[in-house]
Design a protein around this ligand. Structure first.
Ligand code: PGA
Length: 247
């Protein structure tokens, strides 16, 4: 399985930043050849990003979507509207959505199902907090998130799904999980996928949390790590290129 590098840009750039980013990527397009590079900008930048990204073979996705098909949900964006704009994928269950926006597993599950129904690929995030890890509850937490988040999703639908293991304590903190810690949790997640009767070896499991050009190669060399979901480092064009090169 080829590794994936997915940039989660969060709420950071303005359009000029995006143009500058892609100018550098275009100048180094050779480095991106045959790589699985994906980016998720803010929704509003989607058409701008998509136009340039497609030329470079980069997939464009959303950082979030509504759990509802349509209707009176002021400010929300439906998976159908994303698909209509040519969106390739959506990130669900990110820890910032879980904690800041209080999204429970049930809503995340609805998002997963609706996104798949609308033919979007899904990067479904799970991960424990530092408190949960220190209390020895990391596996229990991830198991619940995976079991609840994947309810009602068939083995066929899972072909459009990736799991991203992102320990909350490693996100934006500069504290990466050691390759061994990450590998252990990825292997555990794979056993859960097997338990759920999915083709577990075919489902990519990405690692996320302070991935950068300096640590990406060692993380990617682990048996059960199939790519990285990257925040901070993915905003810098040269770092993004290096991440892709190392993947
Ligand atoms: P980070 O973010 O790489 O800045 O730690 C990762 C993420 O939140 O997906």
């Amino acid at each position: 399985m080829q590794n994936f590098i997915v940039g989660n840009w969060k709420m950071n750039q303005l359009s000029e930043d995006i143009k500058t980013f892609f100018k550098t990527l275009e100048e180094n397009r050779q480095e991106l050849k045959d790589k699985n590079a994906w980016v998720a900008p803010q929704h509003i930048h989607f058409p701008l990003v998509r136009e340039i990204a497609t030329k470079l073979g980069i997939k464009t996705g959303a950082q979030n979507c509504s759990h509802q098909e349509k209707g009176a949900f002021t400010g929300d964006i439906s998976p159908a509207a994303l698909k209509d704009l040519g969106c390739d994928f959506v990130i669900t269950g990110h820890s910032e959505r879980r904690t800041i926006f209080k999204e429970p597993d049930e809503i995340i599950n609805q998002k997963n199902r609706l996104a798949l129904k609308n033919n979007l690929e899904v990067i479904f995030c799970v991960g424990e907090t530092l408190e949960e890890r220190e209390a020895g509850r990391a596996e229990e937490v991830v198991k619940k998130q995976i079991f609840e988040g994947l309810k009602g999703i068939s083995a066929t639908e899972m072909k459009k799904m990736m799991i991203a293991y992102e320990p909350v304590w490693a996100i934006g903190t500069g504290k990466t999980a050691t390759p061994l810690q990450a590998q252990e949790m990825h292997a555990f997640a794979r056993t859960l996928l097997k338990e759920l009767q999915y083709p577990e070896t075919k489902i990519p499991i990405l690692y996320g949390g302070s991935v950068n050009p300096g640590n990406v190669a060692e993380l990617m060399s682990q048996t059960d790590i199939n790519g990285a979901l990257v925040g901070g480092a993915s905003l810098k064009a040269h770092d993004f290129i290096k991440l892709c090169e190392a993947s």
